[in-house]
Design a protein around this ligand. Structure first.
Ligand code: PGA
Ligand code: ZN
Length: 426
């Protein structure tokens, strides 16, 4: 199955900004199509998203990234075997030749890498998740436990909470349909709870409500408790919570600045605050609880809470094996967020996930705040048996598309059982 043609075009993401879509067509006519998402609260370790700059689209054009696909990557991989993902990705990595894909842009490299894999899967007549599984010899496919971000703050919803994401995890659900039913019911209940409390029910970038809560994090968690309870579920039994603090975005002159709550914390105080929250609410996971440069405090946080809850490195690790290795060596966390566009090829994404699993870490496949109708991450989460997926709220089709795809995959697998990574906790 050789690559016959590669094309790329500009399409738009969920924020209405340009992004790259790539089509790879094989000699047997198989088409693979992939669209690259885009982050807003990006870690400094991430691969470079190549934007044109200048006046058009406020500088966010992607014509250079598209030209890199057509002029540089396509000639090098045309005629090559699409099923040799490692070799294709290695060629792309060498063509780029930089540490952070800053020559070609991860929006160019990932688009081609994923479109190639999707074309190869089509040609092999394999479901995409199974094809991804075959790349690591995995045949154990489990539907990932979702983290659903139903209350948005930080950079994704200005004027809402300091904490970027308040996620519900349907830990009491055995299968995906029950889990998503709970998500739907709780999400809509939260809307009622918020309007009863006098808050707006507009939504943020990831489809979660974005209330301008007066009293910060605890108030938001109390509102979640109320939504869960009025939906007929029990917080801690049926539903647990995960927070993405996105703490790198809160770093100020005097430590971590929680402006909405009118509080400043140094790293030790922040760890103390998390300890208090974890003992007051059924929180089973905290992502980016500390800033991406605060390595010494990550170790302390992990010593303090790592036996009780999941501590996820997103900006800290940026899906890079070099940063992950450091985090494993220093015992900085116990889980990794995996975002393919933080590193820029499928093979390197798989490398990070594999290294994390080998270290006994949990893995969470993640969307970006700027998403599209592309559902590849649902297949990645199942195919690589990641155990967890984070794909946003239970609203907005670029989020729901991933959950709907999990429903289809479960049907194909004749197995809708959810992975239960949190049963050993609490
Ligand atoms: P981003 O947010 O896509 O804006 O980086 C998601 C996250 O921080 O997990
Ligand atoms: Zn994050």
């Amino acid at each position: 199955m050789t690559i016959a043609s590669i094309s790329a075009r500009q399409v738009y993401d969920s924020r209405g900004f340009p992004t790259v879509e790539c089509d790879v067509v094989l000699d047997d006519g198989s088409l693979g199509r992939a669209i690259v998402p885009s982050g807003a609260s990006t870690g400094s370790g991430e691969a470079l998203e190549l934007r044109d700059g200048g006046k058009d689209y406020g500088g966010k054009g992607v014509t250079h990234a598209i030209a890199n696909v057509i002029d540089i990557i396509a000639p090098a991989i045309k005629g090559r075997d699409a099923s040799d993902q490692k070799a294709i990705d290695q060629t792309i990595i060498e063509l780029d030749g930089t540490e952070n894909k800053s020559k070609l842009g991860e929006n160019a490299t990932l688009a081609v890498s994923l479109a190639t894999a999707k074309a190869a899967a089509t040609s092999a007549k394999q479901p995409l998740y199974a094809y991804f599984g075959s790349l690591i010899n995995n045949t154990e496919f489990t539907i990932p436990m979702p983290q659903l971000n139903i209350l948005n703050g930080g950079k994704h919803a200005h004027g809402s909470t300091d904490v970027q994401e308040f996620m519900i995890i349907p830990i009491g659900a055995q299968d995906i349909s029950t889990g998503l039913r709970m998500a739907s019911e709780i999400y809509h209940r939260l809307g009622t709870v918020l309007s009863d409390a006098g808050y707006a029910t507009s939504v943020g970038d990831e489809g979660g409500y974005a209330p301008s809560v007066k009293n910060g994090t605890e108030e938001a968690l109390q509102l979640l408790n109320k939504a869960v309870e009025t939906a007929g579920y029990v917080p801690g039994k049926d539903v647990a919570y995960a927070l993405d603090i996105a703490a790198s975005e809160l770093v100020g002159e005097y430590g971590y600045n929680f402006a909405r709550a009118n509080k400043q914390y140094n790293s030790d105080e922040l760890i103390g605050m998390y300890d208090h929250l974890v003992h007051s609410f059924p929180i089973v996971s905290i992502e980016d609880g500390l800033g991406e440069n605060d390595w010494a405090s990550w170790k302390k946080l992990n010593e303090h809470l790592g036996q009780q809850i999941q501590l996820v490195g997103d900006d800290l690790i940026a899906t890079h094996t070099s940063l992950l290795k450091r985090a494993i060596d220093e015992k900085s966390a116990n889980a990794i967020l995996i975002k393919p566009n933080q590193i820029g090829t499928l093979s390197e994404t798989i490398d990070a996930l594999t290294m994390a699993k080998q270290a006994g870490w949990r893995t969470v496949i993640s969307h970006r705040s700027g998403e599209t109708e592309d559902t590849t991450i649902a297949h990645l989460a199942v195919g690589l048996n990641a155990g967890q997926i984070k794909a946003g709220s239970f609203a907005r089709s670029e989020r729901i598309a991933k959950y709907n795809e999990l429903i289809r995959i479960a049907e194909q697998l004749h197995n809708s059982q959810l992975s239960h990574p949190f049963t050993v906790l609490s």
